[in-house]
Design a protein around this ligand. Structure first.
Ligand code: SF4
Ligand code: SF4
Length: 550
């Protein structure tokens, strides 16, 4: 794979063997960790938000700048803005204060972060990442600096500190793997969320996060697609489905009085390979005769507000519920997404909920009550489909996925954010015959991040992404070597966007799939033509070149 923002794998190997200091080997060139310089270079920083994006969002300090600039053109009085912002957040978010105070430096989290494992940079140990902000907290918000002087581990807020925050709180994907191992329950992801909020107050930001936020704010989805184009794109997928299966599915849009509103990440509507997952949903809904509609206004399940600020997360989340109310549906069915579900599962109820104007979700096909969604009124597609299969409501032919040898990547936000481990595996094992788990300490609650989550999937960030994704890629390599796995299945739109690049880099030949794409392959549809190709128009087993036709 070639990309001007990433070393080639063999160059990375050479760096490991030769270059000094060898961070990858845990050697810091005789320096203490806090003296290691912050060096922005090609591949390790994301382009800042464009001035027009900030103007649109009414965010602070629109200007043209780059992380490699000496002077970041911070606004006058920026120190006070950060201190006041911290003070306000320490008061409003008790978790932030607890996380600042309660680390006992046991080190249990130190080697749990994929960015530390992939870069060897000590500031990527979760404990030290948090220390970058704790040191300022100690200086400005506790008496420790005065009492303990040099021993307090405190420091003054300077532009260099801001540069360090920008680098290391954008080398955290808010994945929460470290929190699983912390005996004090410290969630470094929430510290990262707070620091990114603070940085946004002075215009230190990332275009790959804020451009989608602005688009979502304006049109309802990350890509800024207008309603008519959104609908047209789905209708072109309807044509593709007919070409492959001979079945014409019939989604409806903005239909008042439908029983269910279906919301998925816009990546499923526009991006390869997400579109195949969308085709799978459409086939499934047609197969069971679901009374559903798709909104061209709440046309995004993802919520990049989560990587920006609590206020923005709340605003973007609200759109889905307003639309459900306007259309008069009973409940919401949500597609395969990571951070959408973290927001719904962990934050929605206190931000915008409970959604009492909707009904407690009940599957119209099986009668199952989703009591876990009693307050959010939103059901995950994996549990919805698992329930359908459990009740024998789907006609499936898993041999239609016999051309694939699969493993499953647990998406951080769905696995650790909502504890969903078994439902996708249950579905996957019913729709395909070859499935192998990656090693135990890399799946389910301990899953490794793709390395590009939380809005870091930018092209120009490729070097850090490929290093940060190395632990996940290694686990895939393991099942590839042992079981000849060639297909990585996932239930997150960011994973579907980021893992293909990671696989091309570390595991060429491994292809990324959404779970419902495989469901769509396996469904035996009424009135279908003879199925010889999967939804990507690749030949199914027995129908390829040289295979004997049945
Ligand atoms: S939340 Fe994830 S990315 Fe962030 S420090 Fe913890 S393990 Fe690393
Ligand atoms: S595991 Fe928790 S308490 Fe221990 S060093 Fe890490 S953040 Fe601190």
């Amino acid at each position: 794979m070639s990309n001007k923002y990433a070393l080639k794998p063999d160059e990375l190997k050479k760096e490991f063997e030769q270059k000094k200091p060898r961070l990858l080997k845990g050697e810091f060139g005789g320096k203490d960790w806090w003296d290691l310089p912050v060096e922005f270079r090609d591949g390790n920083w994301c382009f800042p938000a464009k001035p027009e994006v900030l103007d649109e969002l009414h965010f602070a300090n629109p200007r043209k700048w780059a992380a490699t600039d000496k002077d970041w053109q911070l606004p006058a009085g920026w120190e006070k803005t950060i201190r006041d912002g911290m003070k306000d957040r320490l008061k409003r978010f008790r978790s932030f204060k607890v996380f600042m105070d309660s680390c006992v430096r046991c080190g249990a989290c130190a080697d749990k972060c994929h960015f530390f494992l992939g870069t060897g940079d000590p500031k990527n140990m979760p404990v030290l990442r948090a220390e970058l902000v704790r040191s300022v907290y100690r200086n400005d918000f506790t008496g420790l600096a005065k009492i303990l002087k040099d021993f307090s581990g405190s420091r003054t807020l300077t532009q260099d500190v801001i540069k360090e925050w920008h680098m290391y709180f954008h080398q955290c994907t808010e994945c929460r793997r470290c929190s699983v191992f912390c005996p004090m329950g410290i969630d470094t992801a929430e510290i990262t969320m707070m620091v990114r909020e603070l940085l946004n107050l002075i215009g230190v930001n990332n275009n790959w996060i804020l451009a989608p936020v602005a688009n979502c704010n304006r049109t309802g989805n990350h890509l800024g697609i207008e309603p008519h184009t959104f609908e047209q794109n789905i209708m072109s997928l309807v044509d593709d489905i007919e070409d492959v299966t001979g079945v014409k599915v019939n989604p409806t849009f903005n239909r008042k009085g439908a029983e269910i509103l279906f919301i998925t990440p816009s990546g499923d509507v526009f991006a390869d390979p997400g579109v195949y997952t969308m085709m799978g949903y459409l086939l499934l809904f047609h197969h069971i005769g679901l009374d559903y509609t798709i909104s061209t206004y709440a046309s995004e399940g993802g919520n990049f507000g989560m990587f920006t600020s609590n206020e923005m997360m709340k605003k973007i989340n609200a759109k889905m519920y307003h639309e459900a109310k306007r259309l008069g549906v009973k409940w919401i069915l949500g597609g395969e997404c990571g951070h959408m579900w973290r927001v719904v599962h962990q934050y929605m109820n206190t931000m915008n909920g409970p959604a009492d104007f909707l009904k407690e979700p009940v599957s119209p096909i099986t009668g199952t009550k989703f009591t876990n969604a009693k307050t959010t009124k939103m059901v995950h597609i994996a549990e919805f489909t698992a329930d359908l299969i459990k009740h024998g409501k789907l006609k499936l032919d898993p041999t239609r996925n016999d051309h694939l040898r699969t493993t499953f990547h647990d998406s951080c936000n769905v696995a650790r954010g909502m504890g969903m481990f078994e439902e996708p595996r249950y579905v996957l094992n019913k729709v395909c015959n070859v499935f192998h788990e990656m090693p135990e300490n890399t799946i389910k609650e301990q899953t490794f991040c793709c390395g590009s989550g939380s809005g870091l999937n930018a092209e120009e960030f490729m070097d850090t992404r490929m290093r940060g994704g190395f632990p996940r890629a290694s686990a895939v390599a393991h099942v590839r070597e042992k079981h000849k796995v060639d297909s990585l299945v996932t239930i997150c739109a960011i994973d579907r966007a980021s893992l293909p690049a990671l696989m091309r880099y570390w595991n060429p030949g491994v292809t990324v799939y959404g779970l419902h794409e495989l469901v769509g392959n396996a469904l035996i549809m009424q009135g279908e033509k003879k199925r010889t190709e999967d939804l990507r128009e690749n030949p199914m087993a027995g129908f390829g070149e040289g295979d004997d036709d049945e």
